[in-house]
Design a protein around this ligand. Structure first.
Ligand code: ADP
Ligand code: MG
Length: 475
């Protein structure tokens, strides 16, 4: 647009808004320097706002169409167009607070002398200035967000001083930022609960297909996952759905998983795939790992949730508990000394089974990941479990043994083995070191031996055990 054309358009627009004043001020008052080109911006913003409103309305229509009268609804709220003002930079903010840089105010406030004008010839500034400014300011209130009610200032020929206008504008902006903040907060909290729109859609499909009856609520929010309770729906030809299900949603916020690399990276089952994957797929792999590990445990008869289905990063399994109340963690339940002893021997057996029959080390075994239900202990949370020949497998096992020993020794089970004895009992190894430091050194030496074997022979040792089967401990 040429400058000339721009000036003409500007003039036309001002003529329409302030017919008398502009006519009176024509001539010396309008100069190249005084022309206010902010109206182009205003027009653009209004058009953008119009566009955004139409877009949002379309979103709402689609939302209604998809949700219908379904039990689970999805929301496109996070896709709502951000209002142009929401993206205001902080720089802009400063501009508006700092009246020295108010573009609508002359750099140096001019006092109108008694004769009514200052300047000479074309650059004359009359006392009408204030009125013109006042009306312009009133018109500019149209710039404020649509939900900010300014009334019919133009109709009333309201003349807003710059000071009042700026204060109003400031208020309009802060109101809008407040609403943007509320919006942000909402977004944040949903992200925290791992149910971003894609996950919600997955859950929605599970209910819609009839596999789940209803998703009732959240049981647990952890760093890496969120667990929901659901009532199971109709059985299919090849699947019986448990009456109550737990849905573990692995969080798609990636940062928490960074420090879990070592579990999966060195797990040969996932080795070839790991390097080629993007972080999102790695998270799916955690879910997949949990599924495989649970299946192995199920096959060995270890009490654990039964896998129902895996969809991307969402794992549905049977619910340990009843009537929406999850079974308590071992750390939260007070057991009689008899039950405590029973639980101990059960865990000892489960650890041996896990090692020998499932070829797995839990790697996060503690009173936090064992539930007490139906008079026995159930193992959960096995996404990080690895095979014993994992480069750190034996270290993980030793850590598990330490947690279990300490818990039961503190819990008054006098028969509880110490962590080193427990380690040998589970692994069938016979590490003789009688202190922790030496014991750990031997464990690391064994791991190193395995790694060297891999280097030299291209494959891992099939097992560490030299003494045959681990001894069977029983009550
Ligand atoms: P995280 O990696 O967040 O620790 P968990 O698998 O341990 O994930 O699950 C978190 C919590 O959710 C558990 O402590 C338990 O209370 C509950 N939970 C998980 N799976 C089940 C299930 N199958 N049945 C009942 N409660 C469960
Ligand atoms: Mg856990």
């Amino acid at each position: 647009m040429s400058e000339q054309l721009a000036k003409e358009l500007q003039l036309e627009e001002e003529n329409a808004a302030f017919p008398e004043v502009v006519a009176a001020a024509e001539g010396p008052f309008i100069t190249g320097e005084n022309i206010d080109t902010s109206s182009d911006l205003m027009l653009a913003q209004m058009l953008q706002m119009e566009f955004d409103r139409e877009y949002d309305a379309q979103l709402r229509r689609e939302e209604r169409k998809i949700n219908g009268d379904s039990k689970v609804s999805i929301s496109f709220e996070n896709y709502r167009k951000v209002h142009p003002y929401d993206s205001d930079s902080s720089e802009d903010e400063v501009d508006w607070q700092d009246t020295r840089h108010d573009p609508y105010r002359a750099d140096k406030p001019t006092t109108t002398p008694r004769r009514g004008f200052i300047g000479k010839g074309k650059d004359i500034t009359t006392k009408h200035d204030e009125v013109v400014c006042g009306r312009k300011n009133t018109a500019r209130m149209e710039n404020f967000a649509p939900e900010f009610q300014v009334g019919d200032g133009i109709g009333m020929d309201l003349k807003l001083s710059n000071q009042v206008f700026n204060a109003l504008k400031q208020h309009a902006y802060s109101e809008e930022r407040r609403s943007a903040r509320l919006h942000e907060k909402k977004e944040h909290s949903t992200a925290e609960k791992a149910v971003d729109p894609k996950t919600r859609l997955l859950l929605y499909k599970m209910v819609n297909s009839g596999m789940l009856e209803t998703i009732t609520g959240c049981i647990s929010t952890g760093k890496e996952s969120v667990v929901f309770h659901a009532y199971g729906g109709n059985a299919t030809e090849d699947k019986v759905i448990p009456p109550e299900c737990a849905i573990k949603v692995f969080k798609t916020t990636l940062n928490e998983f960074k420090n879990r690399d070592k579990y999966i990276k060195d797990d040969y089952r996932f080795k070839d795939r790991f390097s080629k994957l993007n972080p999102r797929k790695i998270i799916r792999m955690w879910a997949e790992k949990e599924m495989h590990n649970l299946t192995r445990m199920q096959n060995a008869g270890i009490p654990c949730p039964q896998v129902v289905i895996l969809k991307k990063h969402v794992l549905v399994m049977s619910f340990i508990g009843q009537d929406q109340v999850p079974a308590p963690k071992l750390k939260d339940v007070t057991l009689s000394s008899e039950d405590m002893k029973k639980a101990y021997y059960q865990i000892l057996n489960m650890m041996q089974q896990l090692y020998k029959e499932c070829n797995l080390v839990h790697a996060d075994l503690s009173e936090y990941n064992m539930l007490w239900h139906d008079g026995k202990v159930w193992l959960i949370d096995v996404s990080q479990s690895v095979e014993p020949t994992h480069p750190h497998g034996l270290e993980f096992l030793f850590r598990d043994c330490r947690n279990v020993s300490q818990f039961f020794q503190k819990g008054g089970v006098t028969e509880a083995l110490n962590e080193r004895e427990l380690f040998n009992a589970v692994s069938g190894l016979n590490i003789t070191a009688d202190n922790e430091v030496d014991f750990q050194a031997e464990i690391e030496a064994l791991e190193k031996m395995n790694e060297d074997h891999v280097q030299n022979h291209g494959k891992k040792l099939s097992t560490f055990s030299s003494d045959g089967d681990p001894p069977i401990y029983d009550e």
